[in-house]
Write a protein that binds this ligand. Structure first.
Ligand code: NAP
Length: 247
């Protein structure tokens, strides 16, 4: 695979499916070479790479568990080796298992913080070491943080930390022309949201925003593309809630 020196490189974590896969498609349309990170779903990640390369893009799939420091180091090294220096990092990988706090096991607590929070910490630290000056970092938070629904205590805790990282890290990168922002979607029709919910529960969520529908991955990919592109250059240290007005 060959890349030109002018092609910008985007690494999207958790991009084998859902919002991450749609962000990858959108960033390819915007001219980026993309690295599709995934945890276990090689079939979907490889299919996406095939789709994108057939469309003329430079795209690779890289398996790495973002909660593991060594995996993340290997992820950055592989992307740099195959595509070049990373210009845009989208921290999208995440899990959600709703559970009342009192019934949450130690294992679920640890797993959710390991992937949603330490995963972001791991990639941010690596990005600080590897990024060219002038990059963009976009972290996925969640509007559930503003809704305070029962069952979301641990998940919201992981995303509150991500929003805190976003605001502070934007300042710590002073002088390097790297912006750090977060996008906080409302309910989006992906496996993460749909799995385990009844049709009635799904419809209840769909009616919550004044725009009266679920978000679609494209709704979020467009916001990420804005922050990754030239029009988003002056937005820094912010959390952008993309949720149809639910909160
Ligand atoms: P999804 O459809 O469940 O997809 C999750 C993606 O993350 C998959 O590509 C998965 O890879 C990857 N992943 C999971 N654990 C990983 C790990 N340890 N290391 C690397 N990759 C891992 O989820 P989604 O709905 O697109 O959510 C994407 C992000 O948006 C998450 O951060 C989520 O919290 C946030 N968000 C979603 C919603 C919503 O309603 N959907 C709302 C607000 C915020 P595999 O395919 O290999 O498992």
């Amino acid at each position: 695979m060959t890349t030109t020196t002018t092609t910008q490189v985007a690494l999207i974590t958790g991009a084998s499916r859902g919002i991450g896969a749609t962000i990858a498609r959108r960033l390819v349309r915007d001219g980026f070479a993309v690295a599709i990170n995934y945890a276990s779903n090689a079939t979907e990640a490889d299919a996406l790479v095939t789709e994108l390369t057939h469309a003329g893009a430079s795209a690779i799939a890289v398996k790495a568990d973002v909660s593991k420091v060594e995996d993340v180091r290997g992820l950055f090294a592989t992307v740099e080796e195959k595509l070049g220096k990373i210009d845009v990092l989208v921290n999208n990988a995440g899990i959600l298992k709703t559970m009342p706090l009192a019934q949450t096991s130690d294992e679920l607590f640890e797993q959710t913080f390991a992937i949603n929070t330490q995963g972001v910490f791991n990639t941010l630290r690596e990005a600080a070491a590897h990024f060219n000056d002038g990059g963009r970092i976009i972290n996925l938070s969640s509007t559930t943080l503003a809704l305070n629904l029962p069952g979301y205590a641990v998940y919201n805790g992981t995303k509150a930390a991500v929003e805190a990282f976003t605001r502070v890290f934007a300042k710590e990168l002073r002088g390097r022309r790297i912006t750090v922002n977060a996008v906080a979607p409302g309910p989006v029709a992906t496996d993460l949201f749909l799995n385990g919910k009844t049709e009635e529960q799904i419809q209840t969520f769909a009616k919550m925003p004044p725009l009266e529908r679920l978000g679609q991955p494209d709704d979020i990919a467009g916001v990420v593309a804005f922050l990754a592109g030239k029009d988003g250059a002056w937005v820094n240290g912010q959390v952008l809630r993309a949720n149809g007005g639910v909160a």
